[in-house]
Design a protein around this ligand. Structure first.
Ligand SMILES: [Zn+2]
Length: 275
């Protein structure tokens, strides 16, 4: 699933191509469950004629700022991608939402697994989406002290806590494993048990792995593409994630794969121990 770096690149590569353009119409919506709000017919009616004024990202949501105070929020979930095409392009059978711009270009929301979602939000809806998500880990306000506050009194294991979007937004399975390896923290350690120096190391790890992934265009395991259709290269730089049976780049021990909170979890049994 695309995480913060991939969603940021998807948002930027889409926004740069379509900012200033006006949506002529929704050309295809053949999987109505893709639209969570409002009702599909209202979604189609409200989008017609809207101009794209800007773009952003919140957690794993791509946000397109439209005129009249509307925001089109798009979530790629497992296998979604958003791409911009010339007027003569034809959507394939996995393109479940297609928008036509007034300049003739088309935007395809392609999703083989159909978990991708769209919401058209007014200011109240956007505020609710914002409130449902936790700290943005690359924001200025995400300090070591803030992370320490988020972890204190929480008995949950640190790995599932990092995946909880209502606590910290944008981290998924890849960057949780990579950040914990970076900080030398075992994924099953109770969050509240981390020492001050471990919290600082985790803060550094979270930001380092996200920034590295941003610099590498995100990670492409299977489906992820940015909105120009390009793959990321950060999968070539993993230290723990997807490296079971291979040597830890730091100590040479064999990286182990286990299951934590139903998610495949990769760690080094020598660098990341339970005291
Ligand atoms: Zn190691």
């Amino acid at each position: 699933m695309p995480e913060l770096p991939e969603v940021q690149h998807a948002a930027d590569s889409l926004g740069m191509q379509i900012v200033g353009a006006r949506i002529a119409c929704v050309e295809r919506l053949d999987w109505p469950r893709m639209v969570e709000t409002p009702a599909p017919d209202e979604f189609i009616a409200l989008l017609a004629g809207r101009q794209v004024r800007g773009w952003g990202r919140r957690a794993k949501w791509i946000l397109l700022d439209l005129d009249d105070g509307w925001t089109l929020a798009l979530h790629l979930r497992m296998s979604g991608s958003l791409t911009v095409h010339p007027a003569n392009a034809e959507p394939d059978r996995h393109t479940h939402l297609a928008l036509r711009l007034e300049d003739g270009r088309r935007i395809f929301f392609h999703d083989t697994r159909k978990f991708g979602r769209a919401r058209l939000l007014d200011a109240t809806g956007l505020a609710a989406l914002d409130a449902a998500h936790g700290a943005e880990p690359l924001s200025e306000t995400f300090t070591v002290e803030h992370l320490a506050e988020l972890l204190q009194n929480r008995k949950r294991a640190i790995k599932p806590l990092l995946l909880d979007q209502s606590v910290i937004a944008g981290i998924g399975n890849i960057y949780a494993d990579e950040a914990l390896w970076h900080a030398r923290i075992h994924p099953l350690r109770p969050a509240a048990d981390l020492s001050a120096s471990e919290v600082a190391a985790l803060h550094d790890g979270i930001r380092a792995v996200l920034r590295q992934a941003l610099a590498n265009g995100g990670s492409t395991l299977r489906d992820y593409r940015n909105s120009y259709g390009a793959r990321g290269t950060n999968q070539d730089h993993f230290n723990a994630y997807d490296r079971a049976g291979r040597p830890c780049p730091r100590c040479g021990a064999t990286i182990v794969k286990t299951v934590v909170a139903q998610r495949g979890t990769h760690y080094c049994p020598i660098c990341q121990t339970i005291p």
